[in-house]
Design a protein around this ligand. Structure first.
Ligand code: GLN
Length: 486
């Protein structure tokens, strides 16, 4: 079997049948990172010692029969998840030397299940961006074409999987940061319902929107990972106190009778015509497989970008106030007084995009402007949420494009904030409403991957995964890989 396109479930079979050891598998991916990552810059930190130590433990667990589906599976984690003793940077100079003193709940659960940590992946600074070009550690290239962006902000996690430098990876999605890079790198990306996975130990960007999720080769692998990552956590008061379903159990149900909603607002100006054709063809395929397709309306979706770019900066301005140069993180040289210490540590430690958002957020929250901006944005958010609530009375899943185009050239949008923000035009509404959503490969346009977005009702990850899995039984788009990394 070619290890470079194998799924979690295939590798699990190899591991339990002793066809390969966790140590061999781990070495295979560490060697690939050493050989190939210089072309794409997808890792900020590689952790070979920890990985090999975990592989030893995994081999012992496999030998004794006390294993899970994830025992011995090599993963890469977005560098936004704290892991005890490992540098955790959030892609920022301000945390460039920060060694986390604890492990985030989500990674802890994956570790406890016996998975292997290969390293920490590159990302836009504090997860702000759509192209992975705002990282202090340099941009990430798309493995399909290294002159193009991988999408962002979880670009390193997406690129590392597309280049087969890991078996699956973790990411976070605040407004599209799992789905958009999954679309651009030809992967299955899942953002679960807000609160489904604990945020504890995940460096905060916009707390009412941030949600952890995964990049995988298949919907089946996404279901496997979610079973381990999800669940209530006393340390995160927004995590949902509900039992975790067996997502893998629902995958094999056929699509007959599943109601799929199509929103014409998702197919208006701004959408690349080839992307549109591939997405529509993907939807027709779902119809041929037995799904019932009907039109739905999401009348307030058109305001989602405006609402998001008030709420996300407002929350980030509060969350990022903790980086003061005093407690941890970067501190400027020779401060003359406390004010100078704050000012220069933050001016020197944060990059341009982060500073811009802190300023916008502080402005939106300031007395006299709060009602006009922040309150208004929250009211719009409620209307967007209500749109989804009524749409999901008619349909089970809403489908459309994930991103308006395919991967764009590095540097093409770095000086055009609005055009960069528009990358998330189709993904942000689900984040504001807190509903689960995913992106799955639906074709190639001029050799670059295109994603189909599936949005589900609250806690209906199983339904999304079922639709995605059934689609992947009929199509091969998720099996396509970039030539130079096969
Ligand atoms: N691109 C969006 C932003 O820059 C979303 C980022 C994200 O989901 N983390 O805010």
């Amino acid at each position: 079997m070619n290890l470079n396109n194998a799924t979690i479930s295939e590798l699990h079979q190899l591991l339990i049948s002793k066809a390969i050891s966790a140590k061999e598998l781990t070495k295979h991916f560490l060697d690939r990172i050493a050989e190939h990552d210089n072309q794409i810059n997808s890792f900020i930190t590689v952790t070979p010692d920890i990985a090999l130590e975990q592989a030893k433990a995994a081999d012992r667990a496999l030998a004794s029969g006390k294993h899970t589906m994830l025992t011995g599976i090599p993963l890469a984690h977005k560098d936004i998840f704290c892991i005890d003793g490992i540098r955790t940077t959030a892609g920022s100079k301000i945390l460039a030397d920060f060694i986390a003193p604890y492990t985030s709940t989500c990674i802890d659960k994956l570790n406890n299940a016996g998975s292997i940590t290969l390293g920490k992946t590159n990302m836009d600074e504090f997860a702000m961006g759509s192209s992975n070009e705002s990282s202090f550690f340099g941009p990430v290239s798309n493995p399909w074409d290294n002159t193009k962006v991988p999408g962002g902000s979880s670009g390193g996690s997406a690129a590392s999987l597309a280049a087969s430098l890991c078996v699956a990876s973790t990411g976070t999605d605040t407004g599209g940061s799992i789905r958009q890079p999954a679309s651009m790198c030809g992967l299955t990306g899942l953002k679960p319902t807000y609160g489904r996975i604990s945020r504890w130990g995940m460096i905060a960007f916009a707390s009412s929107l941030d949600q952890a999720g995964s990049f995988t080769r298949t919907a089946e692998d996404a279901a496997i990972l979610l079973e381990y990552m999800a669940g209530h956590d006393n340390k995160d008061s927004t995590s949902l106190n509900l039992s975790v379903p067996r997502y893998t159990a629902a995958l094999s149900k056929p699509l007959a009778g599943v109601k799929i909603g199509l929103c014409s607002d998702y197919f208006k100006e701004g959408l690349d015509s080839e992307v549109e054709n591939l997405v529509l063809e993907g939807i027709r395929e779902l119809g041929r497989m037995g799904a019932e397709i009907s039109e739905i309306e999401l009348p307030h979706t058109k305001f989602s970008l405006s609402s998001y770019y008030v709420i996300a900066p407002a929350e980030c301005s509060a969350n990022l106030s903790r980086y003061d140069g005093v407690r941890y993180g970067y501190r400027c040289d020779n401060p003359v007084n406390l004010e100078d210490l704050y000012k220069r540590s933050r001016s020197e430690g944060f990059g341009t995009e982060v500073k811009k958002r802190i300023m916008v957020g502080t402005f939106a929250l300031s007395a006299g402007y709060y009602d006009a901006y922040y309150r208004k944005a929250q009211q719009i958010r409620r209307l967007i949420k209500n749109d989804f609530i009524s749409a999901f009375k008619q349909v089970d899943v809403i489908v459309g494009p994930t991103a308006p185009g395919t991967a764009f050239p590095l540097g093409a949008k770095t000086n055009d904030a609005v055009s960069m923000y528009l990358q998330d035009i189709y993904t942000i509404a689900a984040s504001l409403a807190g509903v689960p959503a995913m992106s799955i490969p639906v074709g190639l346009s001029k050799g670059l991957p295109v994603g189909l977005q599936l949005i589900g009702n609250y806690l209906e990850e199983a339904k999304l995964l079922q639709v995605a899995h059934q689609f992947q039984q009929q199509t091969d788009w998720h099996k396509q890989q970039p030539q130079s990394f096969m």
